[in-house]
Design a protein around this ligand. Structure first.
Ligand code: BGC
Length: 799
């Protein structure tokens, strides 16, 4: 019997009673099994490393986790532009998961960075769908190569943390397909993840957990996904009906829902074939994660080594006026509290309990050749302000040859669960740079943050290294680059705007009244900045090196593309310096005179190549006509506009070194919408807050604008914040704030849980172990229906 037949005959022996528990979690970190027939499954977060938490810390499980390797955050890893490296990190994480008896890692996240303020940007790769999808696919291949599953998340349009569980991402079909769904499609094609996690939010009015279009038409139909779909934690809109729409498992679940599921089956509220399909997906996953694997022991040494190398391959050198590499580090002083207390990961469910974290201060002192310890002053405090730190630092800087200055966002600023308010570094840090610059002109800044910040002091410093959130190996990886043991080769995976004011969706992000209007359409990140020629601090794809690379002329194997035959773009790249290094060769397409709304250029391929001093290499890209395609909303499929395109190759989206025109023919007829979508055809630098009518034309229908979501009647999708004007709301809020103040382990955790509690729908309260009928009774009371509340309390049930 082959595997398929075996599964079928096992399935035939199972009763509905046995299968029902497969449709909801066994607590926070397990799926149910069925006796000896189906083994249970254990799953834990990613994506920075394994976060194995025990069941007893609650269903959100933000508590301490078992020690594990903390890898760089995806925001940094993406800057490596190195798929082999990303795969290796995945493999290491998979081995560590195996070692800790974890069968599925809840990662990677491939959501697009739509705005720099999204609190969770550090967990995502890029503003570009192609780069995001390729990195995600590589990570998945690595993890799954050792028999551990992944969960590609958060499907889809979870691009903000503000009201993430109730907000509605209103986005036109073409943008949805080309920008927000694309990375998922690519990661599925390249990595074939065993599971996908649906997002919290609604997409065009329908929650992701019961969105037929997303879960059935796109995921299973268009992307051919065969695996299992689970909800995000507490993100199941209706724990019965969602199974009719493509959600296999509700996560987490502190309750026994067996009877409810069986009753729904009996009443026909849950379709039998859908029920079977959910159960089948769990059984198939259990088979996969429990199948025998090659003996391959986990080695923390190798894992930590990979974490260090990943930093050295990814950290981005943003400025160097010749001061770097530092050959005389011993004559520098070290300033900045972050040099002693590193900011190496973000807050929330991705938090890892690192095994080998070392601060830069300690690393330098332990690894110095000889002589005294490096002189250090904190310069600022990461918590409350302290007097005297500034003066002490200025004094130290005035006596040193140069200053290595660690700046960055304090941990409480960036977290899952809430967004930032601005792109500013703390004022204290800005004052510090300004004062240091008055006494020392050799300042090199090392920056730690999960997403772009404004850099008003850029002209006052001589060097700038961006390490984002570098994980436990950040100090060692950075040391290699700073001292020239290795040449930097990281390139930005997102644009760094000059000011928040320049961000295209600044006027309407993160939305109003729970509606996030994606008026920016396709113009996300560099697609906007390049199209309207807006000056930025650092463009997408940018990164300096200690080498210089000379690009030859692009040559194409064919100058006409008539059919689906592949073609090749090639060019030579030469390292014209005396040091070895790596170059990230980026290939963009640039349509000329398109009749469609189109960004100026879009990334379609990339390669990272290693070059010895003065070595020249031929770089080849295997391409086909699909790189020219756009999503056609009439046929609901990708199509190619007949046009002249330029194939552009360079070192960033702004630094195109060589290009070549190519004629693409096709029978596709374009209906220009130039007259009705003027702001999309002629993107101006004023942002993308286009008139509502025009956005509705793009959408193809009017937006039903919600004026005040906080009004009666309240329901299970209302929030505690909605009812905080009612007596029951005031009491509940008081109790929650009191408990958080007592139990939260950090300011970020307090903010995250408070924001989460106020903006989570009542239905998600089950996650915290509150029974549905209690939640229903709270909603009844807020609706001034005390008798109904009593009924719910006495006889159970949800609204
Ligand atoms: C996050 C997911 C995470 C899950 C489990 C949710 O709040 O959005 O990314 O995997 O919690 O910790």
């Amino acid at each position: 019997m082959d595997k398929h037949e075996e599964l079928k005959s096992l399935f035939d022996t199972l009763s509905d009673e046995q299968k029902a528990p497969l449709l909801y979690g066994a607590g926070a970190w397990h799926f149910h099994g069925i006796g000896r027939k189906v083994r249970p499954i254990e799953l834990h977060d990613g994506p920075l490393g394994l976060r194995k938490v025990s069941e007893d810390v609650g269903t959100m499980g933000l508590g301490e986790s078992l020690p594990a390797t903390c890898f760089p955050a995806p925001c940094l890893l993406a800057c490596s532009w190195d798929l082999e490296l990303e795969k290796r990190i995945g493999t290491m994480m998979g081995l560590e998961a195996r070692d800790q008896k974890t069968q599925v890692i809840l990662a990677p996240g491939v959501n697009i960075k739509r705005n720099p303020l999204c609190g969770r940007n550090f967990e995502y790769f890029s503003e570009d769908p192609y780069l995001s999808g390729k990195m995600g696919g590589a990570f998945i291949s690595g993890v799954q190569s050792v028999g551990v599953g992944t969960s590609l998340k958060h499907f889809a349009c979870n691009n903000q943390e503000t009201e993430r569980m109730i907000s509605d991402s209103i986005v036109d079909e073409r943008t949805l397909q080309e920008i927000y769904l694309k990375p998922f499609g690519l990661a599925i094609k390249d990595g074939d993840p065993w599971t996908v996690m649906s997002s919290y939010n609604k997409i065009n009015g329908v929650y992701a957990s019961d969105n037929d279009y997303l879960l059935k038409d796109v995921l299973r139909g268009q992307f051919g996904f065969q695996g299992l779909v689970m909800s995000d934690w507490g993100g199941t809109n209706d724990y019965i009906d969602s199974h009719n729409h493509g959600l296999d498992v509700e996560m987490p679940c502190p309750w026994n829902r067996r009877e409810q599921i069986l009753r729904a089956l009996e009443k026909g509220q849950l379709k039998h074939e859908e029920f079977d399909s959910c159960a089948r997906h769990v059984i198939e996953l259990s088979e996969k994660v429990n199948s025998p694997q090659k003996e391959m022991p986990f080695s923390y040494g190798l894992s930590h080594k990979a974490a260090v190398e990943a930093v050295a391959e990814s950290a981005v050198l943003l400025k160097n006026d010749g001061i770097l590499p530092l050959t005389d580090l011993s004559q520098y002083c070290l300033i900045g509290a972050l040099a002693k207390t590193p900011r190496y990961q973000g807050n929330g469910s991705s938090g890892v309990n690192p095994l080998g974290l070392v601060s830069f201060l300690d690393f330098v002192n332990v690894n110095r050749d000889s002589g005294e310890e490096i002189k250090y002053a904190p310069g600022y405090s990461l918590e409350e302000k302290k007097d005297g730190l500034l003066l002490e630092a200025v004094d130290l800087a005035s006596k040193s040859r140069g200053v290595l200055l660690f700046l960055g966002l304090p941990s409480s600023k960036e977290s899952e669960g809430y967004d930032r308010f601005n792109m500013d570094l703390p004022e204290e840090q800005i004052t510090l740079v300004n004062e240091l610059a008055k006494v020392n002109s050799n300042i090199v800044v090392v920056l730690s943050c999960g997403s772009p910040v404004e850099l008003p002091f850029l002209s006052k410093i001589r060097g700038l290294f961006l390490i984002y959130l570098g994980g436990e190996g950040a100090s060692e990886g950075l040391f290699r680059l700073l001292t020239g043991k290795q040449s930097p080769s990281g390139h930005l995976a997102e644009t760094w705007p000059l000011h928040y004011y320049d961000v295209p969706n600044r006027d309407f992000y993160p939305g109003k009244n729970r509606q996030a209007l994606y008026k920016d359409g396709l113009f996300v990140g560099y697609r906007y900045y390049e199209s309207c020629e807006k000056e930025v601090a650092f463009p997408f794809g940018f990164g300096l090196s200690y080498c210089s690379f000379k690009f030859g002329l692009v040559s194409l194997s064919s100058l006409n593309v008539k059919d689906s035959s592949p073609f090749v773009a090639s060019l030579s790249v030469e390292n014209v310096s005396d040091v070895a290094g790596k170059c990230v060769v980026q290939l963009y397409i640039h349509p000329i005179g398109s009749h469609l709304v189109r960004p100026l250029r879009e990334l379609k391929a990339f390669k990272k190549i290693s070059l010895k001093p003065h070595e020249k290499q031929e770089v080849e890209f295997d391409l086909d006509r699909s790189i020219f395609s756009h999503y056609d909303t009439k046929s609901h499929a990708f199509a190619v506009e007949p046009l002249t395109y330029r194939i552009e190759i360079g070192e960033s989206s702004l630094d195109i070194r060589s290009s070549q025109a190519i004629e693409v023919s096709s029978s596709y007829n374009v209906d220009s919408q130039r007259a009705t979508l003027p702001d999309y055809y002629f993107v101006s630098g004023r942002g993308m807050d286009v008139p509502q009518k025009e956005f509705e034309t793009l959408l193809g229908h009017p937006v039903h604008v919600i004026s005040n979501p906080k009004v009666r009647p309240y329901g299970m999708n209302s929030t505690l914040g909605d009812i905080d004007g009612t007596l029951i709301g005031k009491i509940a809020k008081k109790l929650i704030v009191k408990s958080l103040t007592k139990n939260a382990r950090s300011e970020a955790e307090r903010n995250m849980t408070l924001e989460g509690s106020l903006s989570s729908p009542f239905r998600a309260g089950t996650m915290a172990g509150v029974k549905e009928n209690y939640l229903a009774a709270v909603v009844d009371l807020a609706n001034r229906k005390p008798f109904q509340a009593i009924y719910h309390l006495l006889f159970g049930g949800k609204i």
